[in-house]
Design a protein around this ligand. Structure first.
Ligand SMILES: C[S@@+](CC[C@H](N)C(=O)[O-])C[C@H]1O[C@@H](n2cnc3c(N)ncnc32)[C@H](O)[C@@H]1O
Length: 456
């Protein structure tokens, strides 16, 4: 690939400085002979990405110019193959100089950034796409060029209207990242499609991670139509909504008022309002309330009364990996009032799917120890199924531990009211640093092209 002109020291993107006139040697060939001549040429051909080997001849409409490789620099064609030379001589073809003007549009993100950033830098061009938003995580060394990097990604990526830099500062409660807009529209309301459902949310105020797609699908697949599912840390609904769509009854909760707002919106968007009960509570309060609400609702429809069989959730989902294990104490004595009806061999206590991080070299042992110390009625290691979800940092992995709530824990003679509501983490609302819109016209035309595509 012909590189763009080097522009070290550029701090504001000037696209006009990315012009390059490339001088190419060409052979003027009658149109009728062009195909034959091309067969003779091999290594001699121009062969540059996105550029033609054969161009119009400005001097005649009866002939074409066949462009030679950039190694061929002299009109005497000294370094081309004998076969090609013979063809040219036999047919009496003329040799000309041809000029090609390359502009900013010709090069890709990496080419442009390599020309601007300090020599030897790895191009920081990789990003994750959330709807129309590209988010990158720039290393400190690239921060002086952050707006240029954002603008080049914006210019060269179809469907992207906003580029943000996601910093490592995470809201400790609601788990969303502080981010700043580097280029494009100040519009953080993303729409994405996952598991055949639509999700709309403000990416600067709620948690969303497309890398969890497989984990969302894995658990959703596990649930059977008609089961009762309790999603304790539901976010904007990536477990809850597909689960409801497959015919489960879902109780879904998130403490972040913005997640709750978009969870409700997504429930409507996906037409599952008769299947999901949304809550905006702390996880502990929610678990107690959801268990009670489900029981009341079953009583209303006569299910529990009609049979002496106890019914409750089939599954709890607890995806708050930083602290979910600490919430497991709420299950101690959660069903102690139901002991007589539940101690029926045909009744299963719920499965709990609790996400967590581990930095241990023996994560299984470490995780089980942590869970057992919280539930205080230790369970054997073989009662836990531990699934590796993903690597989140070089020495930190995310797991999902699945286990069935034990009778010892469920009927423990402890009042889980004593546990109280623990606000484990102070809430820190980071402000999103918003920059001026850039290249309004480009964006408007891009948006027009995108219209109809975004509404998935
Ligand atoms: C890691 S996110 C998971 C969201 C969603 N389940 C997913 O898979 O994308 C954890 C969620 O828990 C919520 N959260 C944090 N602390 C909470 C608490 N004490 N009670 C309920 N929700 C909480 C956060 O707002 C966040 O949306």
């Amino acid at each position: 690939m012909i590189p763009p002109p080097i522009q070290r020291g550029m701090t504001v993107l000037n696209r006009d400085l990315f012009r390059r006139d490339v001088s190419v040697i060409g052979v003027r060939v009658p149109t009728s002979l062009t195909a034959k001549f091309l067969k003779v040429l091999n290594k001699e051909l121009f062969n540059q990405p996105k550029l033609r080997n054969v161009v119009e001849d400005p001097g005649s409409n009866l002939s074409k110019i066949v462009l030679m490789n950039l190694n061929v620099q002299s009109l005497d064609l000294s370094n081309i193959s004998n076969e090609a030379k013979d063809f040219i001589n036999t047919e009496g073809l003329g040799v000309v100089k041809h000029s090609i003007e390359l502009k900013y549009d010709y090069w890709g993100v990496d080419d442009i950034l390599k020309a601007i950033l300090p020599e030897g830098s790895e191009s920081p061009s990789s990003f994750t796409q959330i709807g129309h938003i590209a988010h990158i995580n720039l290393r400190d060394e690239f921060l002086p060029w952050k707006h240029i990097i954002g603008q080049v990604i914006l210019d060269k990526t179809p469907n992207i209207l906003t580029v943000v830099n996601k910093t490592d500062i995470i809201d400790s409660t609601y788990r969303f990242f502080k981010m700043e807009i580097l280029a494009g529209e100040n519009n953080m309301i993303a729409e994405v499609k996952e598991s055949n459902c639509r999700f709309r949310f403000d990416f600067s105020q709620v948690y969303w991670n497309s890398r969890l797609h497989t984990e969302h699908d894995r658990l959703v697949k596990m649930f059977k139509k008609g089961e009762y599912i309790c999603d304790v840390f539901a976010g904007v609904g990536p477990f809850a909504i597909p689960t409801a769509k497959k015919g489960c009854i879902v109780y879904a909760n998130d403490l972040n008022p913005m997640s709750y707002k978009y969870l409700q919106e997504n429930i409507l968007l996906n037409k599952v309002n008769n299947k999901i009960h949304p809550y905006n509570l702390d996880g502990r309060d929610f678990i107690k309330k959801a268990v009670q609400d489900l029981e009341n609702s079953l009583n209303v429809v006569g299910e529990t009364k009609a049979s002496s069989e106890f019914r409750t959730f089939n599954h709890f989902i607890m995806n708050l990996p930083a602290t979910a294990i600490e919430f497991l104490d709420v299950f101690k004595g959660l069903y102690k009032d139901k002991e007589s009806s539940i101690k029926n061999p045909h009744v299963d206590l719920p499965m709990i799917h609790c996400h967590c991080f581990s930095k241990s070299v023996t994560p299984e042992t470490e995780i089980i120890e942590r869970i057992n110390s919280i539930i205080t009625y230790p369970m054997q290691a073989d009662k836990f199924k531990i699934h590796f979800v993903r690597k989140v940092a070089p020495n930190k992995d995310m797991f999902c531990v699945s286990f069935r709530l034990s009778q010892e824990v469920a009927f423990a003679n402890e009042s889980n009211d004593d546990i109280g509501v623990v606000d484990t983490f102070p809430h820190k609302n980071e402000e999103v640093n918003v920059f001026e819109k850039t290249d309004e016209q480009n964006l408007t035309s891009k948006r027009r092209k995108l219209e109809g595509k975004i509404n998935i």
